[in-house]
Write a protein that binds this ligand. Structure first.
Ligand SMILES: [Cu+2]
Length: 321
């Protein structure tokens, strides 16, 4: 039985090689690019281990009733209406299952909802290291990358408009003090005259660019109606509400191109306000942001068309310290 379940889940949730693009005929999630997404995926697998046995158990009960308690098999039914023991069991067991689910889901919810305090991350990491608690240190580093924490946040504001996104980098300012800000338009809008460039319905003219291995804190806002900023491989989805500023965070180690879409029905072109995030090494990000600030958008775009890779050794270098 165990092997059958393993084979079933392997067939259902086998992930293709790393790619953040939805693929025809694929099942399951896009591969996780952040720790948030990894945690969501393992929570999803955990839930499967609960819901599959529950469904099989309920199916077995139904079959038992159908087979052994139909009119032919059981012509004179017994006439009782209460059984205290079974009532206690069917109240307590589901409650315990829900407590078990909550014990896993609440930490995940809190983890993704609250941008970590980077100061605390560094202090806690060095304290664990100083105390020689290497196992706890490694599991802490897996959740909160202290090397990245030392570099601080990259802040990006994503404002939803009908129907494109405006990205603002409040910390990247020109000589006059104005922040880097640009509009990211879809390449396709569902028309026969659309350009065929890029990934269908997902590519944009000027993508959001962030550095790899850095904490990114994003804010969402909206100019007109409610939108939602969502990138499945990052495990993030945050509503963009007019008059409100919502926030979230993510940290991507692997440079690459990641796609998302507006995930709140926001009008006739809701399906055509994609999100393209290019995660590039820090040096490439710095060059891109300087070119964007200088107003040379096409050169900036060209500078992130090919994405340089980062040395795998620089990933979580802290572990080997
Ligand atoms: Cu929208």
């Amino acid at each position: 039985m165990r092997h059958l379940f393993a084979a079933m889940s392997a067939a259902l949730f086998a992930a293709p090689a790393f790619a953040a693009i939805p693929r025809d005929g694929a099942l399951g999630f896009q591969p996780a690019a952040t720790r948030i997404a990894e945690r969501i995926h393992s929570f999803h697998t955990f839930l499967l281990w609960i819901i599959i046995p529950t469904t099989i158990f309920v199916l077995a009960l139904l079959l038992w009733v159908i087979i052994f308690h139909n009119k032919r098999a059981n012509p004179t039914p017994r006439k009782f209406s209460h059984n205290t023991l079974i009532e206690v069991i069917w109240t307590v067991v589901p409650a315990l299952i829900l407590v078990g689910i909550a014990s896993q889901s609440f930490p995940n919810l809190y983890y993704q909802d609250v941008p970590p305090n980077l100061q605390t991350v560094q202090e806690k990491a060095s304290k664990l290291l100083a105390d020689g608690k290497s196992a706890q240190y490694e599991s802490f580093v897996k959740e909160y990358n202290p090397d990245a924490a030392a570099k601080g946040f990259i802040n990006v504001k994503a404002q939803g408009n009908q129907w494109n996104w405006t990205y603002t980098y409040p910390d990247i300012v020109d000589d006059a003090g104005y922040p880097l800000e640009f509009v990211s338009n879809p390449l396709q809008t569902g028309l026969s005259t659309d350009s065929k460039a890029g990934v269908r319905n997902l590519s944009v003219d000027y993508p959001m660019v962030v550095p790899a291995g850095r904490y990114v804190r994003y804010y969402t806002a909206a100019a007109d109606v409610i939108h939602s900023f969502a990138v499945p491989s990052f495990g993030i989805k945050t509503d963009a509400v007019p008059g409100r500023l919502n926030e979230g965070w993510f940290l991507v180690d692997q440079p690459g191109v990641y796609y998302g879409q507006c995930s709140e029905l926001c009008g006739v072109n809701h399906a055509f306000m994609p999100i393209e995030v290019r995660v590039v090494p820090q040096a490439q990000f710095d060059r891109w942001s300087q070119l964007m600030l200088a107003g040379d958008y096409d050169a900036a775009l060209a500078s992130v068309q090919a994405i340089a890779s980062v040395e795998p050794a620089s990933k979580f270098a802290a572990i080997t310290k």
